[in-house]
Write a protein that binds this ligand. Structure first.
Ligand code: PHB
Ligand code: FE
Length: 343
């Protein structure tokens, strides 16, 4: 179905025949994407020069999976130091070399904007064709094995169809996401077998039964079957609590277009923090249980977790924020914000 739509579109095309490894190639504007047994290849033309960049196919698919599930997310999703996407909310920019000095200094970087729906159709079509049976780009490496390697074998539609689970108020509250209260939906993950599964008692005053609720967030997270994919477990105005479980390497370097908070709930995550535009290293942050950090709006960051860890990402979804940071009206770091706060 997705392929049929792309066949009709002059900007986004599926090249008609699979290559000798069995995979289809795709174009979106002046970008071409193809894969072989081990690698994903991205080609573009800048200043009349044809350029080519390759990534390990699993790293590419893991990054693409997040970009699709997060609908291009807040700010930028860097697949690596060279290729990424920037959400322009309604449109999305794809770029290559834009935040990499060697490409940029020689004018070999390239960026092109697309209607978000069209770009999303293309991303989904690539993900569908390049994900083999048995490979789950959402899973930790130990849980998905080597099914990404080799010539094309089938699909894994169920795995790549998962989206972020997002409540409207809080899971389990009357009228909210019913799936959340299905505690047996997923088994407890191997890393969280020691997490108590009991639920809190709720004693609401008569008449407030639909307003008061609580659930065991640790138990909920212990059953997460995906990594590096925050869900939304409470919504209060623009304040979103997005807890997630992390293992191995965050498949993208995320450059948010606003400040976001991290609260380490269990285990450890090490964050590499780089300048969002130049990629130059700014900091390494090691977070242990109970640690809180506010990631500035002018960095990109990537997490590393040796053992599966629980993390709460606290996002401010106010749509006016990117402009306020871009224009300099808001300082990019919290330290700057405190410095300007009235007494
Ligand atoms: C983030 O927004 O920085 C983020 C996204 C996904 C994660 C963790 C953090 O799994
Ligand atoms: Fe982030």
């Amino acid at each position: 179905m997705v392929r049929d739509l792309l066949h009709l579109n002059p900007i986004a095309r599926t090249l008609p025949a699979p290559n000798d490894a069995g995979y289809l190639a795709f174009t979106l504007g002046r970008f071409t994407f193809f894969r072989d047994e081990y690698f994903a290849h991205i080609e573009w033309t800048a200043n009349g020069t044809k350029l080519s960049h390759k990534m390990s196919a699993d790293a590419f698919l893991q990054a693409l999976m997040r970009d699709v599930a997060w609908e291009f997310f807040y700010g930028s999703v860097n697949f690596d130091d060279v290729f990424g996407t920037r959400n322009l909310y309604g449109k999305v920019e794809l770029y290559a070399g834009r935040h990499h000095a060697a490409y940029k200094d020689q004018g070999l970087d390239y960026a092109e904007s697309f209607d978000s729906d069209l770009a999303m159709q293309t991303c989904k079509a690539i993900l569908h064709d390049w994900t083999n049976t048995g490979y789950d780009p959402f899973a930790a490496p130990m849980e998905t094995g080597l099914a990404w390697i080799g010539k094309k074998v089938g699909h894994n539609t169920a795995a790549i169809g998962r989206t972020r689970e997002a409540c409207k108020r809080m899971p389990g509250l009357t009228g909210d996401t019913p799936l959340r209260s299905d505690r047996n939906r997923y088994p407890v993950n191997r890393a969280f077998l020691d997490v108590p599964q009991d639920e809190p008692e709720i004693h609401a005053e008569p008449g407030f039964e639909a307003e008061v609720h609580a659930f065991n967030l640790f138990a909920y997270l212990s059953r997460s079957d995906v990594t590096w994919n925050p869900s939304v477990t409470s919504v209060c105005g623009h304040s979103l609590f997005c807890p997630t479980t992390e293992e191995h390497i965050m498949p993208v370097k995320h450059a948010n277009d606003r400040i976001e908070w991290f609260l380490q709930l269990s285990d450890q995550i090490e964050w590499k923090v780089e300048d969002r535009l130049t990629g130059l290293s700014r900091a390494t942050v090691l977070m242990r249980p109970g640690d809180i950090a506010a990631m500035p709006a002018d960095v990109r960051h990537q997490g590393f977790a040796r053992k599966r860890a629980m993390l709460l990402v606290w996002e401010n979804s106010d749509p006016s924020l990117p402009k306020l940071y871009d224009s300099g009206e808001l300082p990019p770091s919290l330290a700057g914000e405190f410095a300007h706060a009235p007494d």
